[in-house]
Design a binder for this molecule. Sequence first.
Ligand code: F6P
Length: 338
Amino acid sequence: MRIAVLTGGGDCPGLNSAIRGIVYRAIDFGYDVIGFEEGWKGAIEGKTHRLSLVDVEEIVNQGGTILFASRTNPFIVENGPDRIMENLKKFEIDALIAIGGDDTLGVALKLYQLGVKVVGVPKTMDNDLSGTDFTFGFYTSVEVAVDALNRLKDTAKSHKRIIILEVMGREAGWVALYTGIAGGADWVLVPEEKPDFEAMCTHLMKDLERKGYALVVVSEGVDISLEEKGEVDQFGHTLLQKRGVGDFVADIISKKTGISTRSAVIGHIQRGGPPTVFDRMLALRTGVKAVDMIQNGEFGKMAALVGSEVTAVPLGDATSKLKLVDKNWLDLLRVFLK
Ligand code: F6P
């Protein structure tokens, strides 16, 4: 039995831990493991990567992915799915593990429907995948963003300023929400809610009067009514960082309040560095579970965290709709905006 593994979409901390979990569990069943490099690109082009015990034993704490990543969508590449199937035959691969977010797992589902024996391992710093309570990468990113917010607080306080921190997260506000609540921000803007700039500025003026500074966390995907679509990736997603939401909000605040305001974009810094223990454990457990699912013949599913258990859920549950911040979470956020 030989299995192949790939990491698709944007990287996030925990990918290497998941690869380690897969290889270690595969050894228990006597399976051979190889990697495809750069996500679906490597599966299309037949670019493989050796994955034996020595290749993975020291990577549990390493950020990024030793398999490299890309946002290649095989369904828009000429003969993409056929080339993948040819390579599965050529390298004598019996089953494929796709580690990724909604785009990568969406491709995995389509390939499964075409007859490929595939299982998924969910990952994304955005935490926007349905069917799983959390994805690895998320907590590490939030830790980094909270650290950044703490640092901004020192400088905001010294200069009696308002400082905006723009974080990633795409159409979901999880990273902004957790960063804002856990980091003690004074206002948080998430894509799920239309921004009320008047209310925000009135609130920030109160904060300034009381403590002399204020911090705002803004999600890159927040609705600022920009019409232009800009550059898109192979899955049709706009590169949101280019919209400059943090600067846009800082301008509005300084115009409306007359207070000196700055903005900082944390960007890809959030995606690097060693995974937290939570993310390592989740990644290792989902990696192990994915191999167990192959052993049990449970294809077309992903290894998801449901409550405290890692369990097999259909890939369709993950990819049918995004998991967004809902009213309960927004109510919790409001408790801390005093
Ligand atoms: O999906 C993960 C993510 O980090 C998003 O939060 C962000 O919008 C996007 O990837 C950035 O993509 P890229 O690394 O291609 O610039």
